[in-house]
Design a protein. Structure first.
Length: 152
């Protein structure tokens, strides 16, 4: 089973951070420009929350707030569930499912080193399954080939 470290190494995009004082509108602009669904909220080098599309839709749009006047710290999710680079994918899937989250910040020795999304986890699971299928196909073909050669 792959680890979070392997996911981070295979990702093309990193992660993006914002200050808790930026507006929801500014955060959404960054998310659109970077084509991401979440931004990590960092204050004085410390992870203090996460701002996601879900936070925006539920806490700004549905509450009738203005995205240009609402600061991220007012609507971010402050309770962030984190993983380490050594956690495996199964742990991430379980945590995401249990806590109903789509993004897990990655901390190593207390320092922020990445962000894993549900898409990252699913892509890694699919990749592992495809590799296992190829390995088994190779084994079957190799075995059949050896049997055919010994019958000649």
């Amino acid at each position: 089973m792959s680890t979070v470290r392997r996911i981070l190494e295979s990702k093309k995009k990193g992660y993006y951070t914002i200050s808790p004082d930026v507006t929801a509108y500014e955060a959404l602009q960054i998310m659109a420009d970077k084509d991401v669904g979440a931004l990590l909220v960092v204050n004085e080098g410390n992870l203090v929350g996460i701002f996601t599309e879900r936070d925006y839709s539920r806490k700004v749009i549905l509450k009738g707030k203005s995205s240009k006047e609402t600061a991220v710290h007012e609507i971010m999710t402050p309770m962030v569930f984190c993983v380490s680079p050594e956690h495996n994918i199964e742990h991430c899937m379980s945590l995401m499912n249990e806590k109903h989250v789509r993004h897990l910040p990655v901390l190593e020795d207390g320092k922020l080193v990445g962000l894993v999304s549900i898409r990252d986890v699913v892509n890694m699971v699919i990749s592992e399954k495809e590799n296992k299928i190829k390995e088994l196909e190779g084994f079957i073909v190799g075995t059949n080939y050896e049997q055919d050669a010994s019958n000649r």
